[in-house]
Design a binder for this molecule. Structure first.
Ligand code: NAP
Length: 485
């Protein structure tokens, strides 16, 4: 057995409520697996309604003190947390790869991306400015202030088990809110490791709480409980709709970061090498399990053959294997079910007329691995492009005109990320304004950064994370009318 450190898994098998690491009331546990080899790596508590209620009530007590601190003092706590995450990045990245499977370099990248949100919001919290608005009456003043919304809740997915937590929790905490957060049962250790470091940073008890366990039961309490004034959810559109409905009774403010069906459009006038490199990163990062993944790659007819040749040669060369092995760029999918679902989608696409260029099967590396796959001759009627694939499959659709591709790109219920590659300035502006999406990458396939508002429209959700707008999701606007002056 190796040396036990602060972030050893043996130290991360309890939830974090009110500054204490505790077990579930009934002692039940959930096993957590390594998707690269199916081994059990540890257990976490299987909590439910009672523990969730307890966490909410403690977060409510903590809110009274935390919300009264100056933004400057809250920022000092957040910066301590930030620094500890950076100090422990190697161990955090190991935990992430172990429970989620992504290559170690991508795990480090995720942690760096996520921790940047903590620093950003620590600073941004100091700028929750209000307004003084001229009144119609000499004797009146109109003051508008922003105040923390109250106790917040968050539910996060397994595909980014670290950054989804830091970008929600740091916005909430910087705004003066306390938070109760439920990570995915598939990847709870990254969350509990962040809790250990929050504890080390001296963040007051009850401000940041992590509960693991029965998603439905915990979700019902987080949405049904009147004390929670705000819920931030990242996950599938189906569960997002359920939580939206469940939150109706208590009229909570909601942020929903849901699924996507991103068009990735390459025009004849694009720089081919850039377009291919970005398509690779956008499609195959995290084995295609990101909400902003290129889901439909539209290639204009004049550049189609050249694109296919270069793209196929690069996909063929993608090194696959255990995320801990040097040089690996394609890890396992999150579980066997995910790999099987991907296989089913590809099979159906081929039955519907798609041509398999490369891949198209589970890999010899293990049950959770699916080979990077390219499908050509895809059209917009096929099922594969009408739902989120969430796997390493690139469907290619040939198109002729700008108008045609805009119409096809917008023909979806989703509206999260979209991408265009062109060297024509006018076209880049025309098309980015016409795309019905929350985010557009122009000659850029990587969108997530703390300075920019991340989020979608239509059935991809409501609200924004990151940027100056991200804080507003945790603030209420109060209008104070002062008369008799
Ligand atoms: P999911 O099944 O919706 O799960 C997300 C979270 O919801 C997990 O913590 C899950 O818990 C929990 N959950 C499941 N059923 C619940 C219920 N009835 N009540 C309350 N919580 C419940 O999604 P996923 O498969 O983990 O994640 C993939 C999805 O997330 C994709 O659609 C992807 O596009 C989306 N996503 C969106 C963004 C964005 O910013 N828009 C970012 C990343 C991912 P358990 O895992 O413990 O069951």
């Amino acid at each position: 057995m190796g040396i036990i450190t602060l972030l050893s898994l043996e130290n991360l098998n309890k939830c974090y409520i009110n500054g204490e690491f505790i077990d579930s009331l009934n002692g039940q546990k959930i096993e957590v697996f390594n998707p690269a080899n199916g081994e059990v790596i540890g257990t976490v508590p299987d909590m439910g309604k009672a523990e969730t209620e307890q966490a909410i009530s403690k977060a409510n007590l903590a809110f009274k003190g935390w919300s009264k601190l100056t933004a400057n003092i809250r920022a000092e706590f957040l910066i301590k947390w930030h620094d500890l995450i950076i100090e422990n990045i190697d161990e955090l990245a190991n935990i992430l790869t172990l429970e989620q499977g992504k290559p170690l370099a991508q795990s480090k990248g995720e942690i760096l991306n996520g921790v940047a949100f903590i620093k950003w919001f620590a600073e941004e919290g100091k700028r929750t400015y209000g307004d003084i608005v001229p009144s119609n009456h000499n004797g009146q003043r109109i003051h508008i202030i922003k105040q923390p919304i109250g106790v917040s809740a968050a539910i996060t997915p397994w595909n980014f088990p670290s950054s989804m937590i830091t970008r929600k929790a740091s916005a909430a905490m910087a705004a003066g809110c306390t938070i109760v957060l439920k990570p995915s049962e598939l990847t709870p250790f990254s969350a509990l490791a962040l809790a250990k470091l929050a504890d080390e940073a001296g963040i007051p008890k009850g401000v940041f709480n992590i509960i693991t366990g029965d998603a439905k039961e915990i979700g019902e309490e987080l949405t049904g409980n009147d004390i929670i004034r705000k819920l931030s959810f990242t996950g599938s559109t189906a569960i997002g709709k359920k939580l939206y409905q469940q939150s109706a009774n208590s009229i909570k403010k909601l942020s929903l970061e849901l699924g996507g069906n991103a068009p990735f459009i390459i025009f004849d006038d694009a720089n081919l090498n850039d377009a291919v490199d970005n398509a690779m990163a956008s499609k195959f990062r995290n084995s295609g399990q990101t909400c902003i993944c290129a889901n439909r790659i539209f290639v204009q007819s004049g550049i189609y053959d050249e694109f296919m040749e270069l793209f196929t040669s690069k996909v063929k060369a993608l090194p696959m294997g255990n995320g801990f092995d040097t040089g690996v760029e394609q890890g396992p999918m999150i579980n066997e079910q995910a790999a099987s679902n991907t296989a089913d989608k590809v099979k159906k696409a081929i039955e519907q007329g798609a041509e398999l260029i490369i891949g198209g099967q589970k890999s010899e590396h293990g049950d959770c691995f699916y080979e990077p796959t390219i499908l050509a001759n895809v059209n917009d009627k096929m099922d594969i492009v009408n739902a989120e694939i969430f796997g390493p499959v690139a469907p290619i659709i040939k198109f002729d005109s700008e108008d045609e591709v805009i119409e096809k790109a917008n023909d979806t219920e989703y509206g999260l990320a979209s991408y265009i590659f062109t060297n024509d300035l006018g076209r880049s502006i025309r098309v980015s304004e016409a795309l019905e999406y929350g985010m557009v990458g122009v000659n850029n396939g990587m969108l997530s950064t703390e300075q920019a508002p991340f989020g979608g429209i239509k059935q991809s959700g409501i609200g924004r994370e990151g940027s100056k707008y991200g804080l507003d999701d945790y603030l209420e606007i109060k209008y104070i009318s002062i008369g008799g002056i």
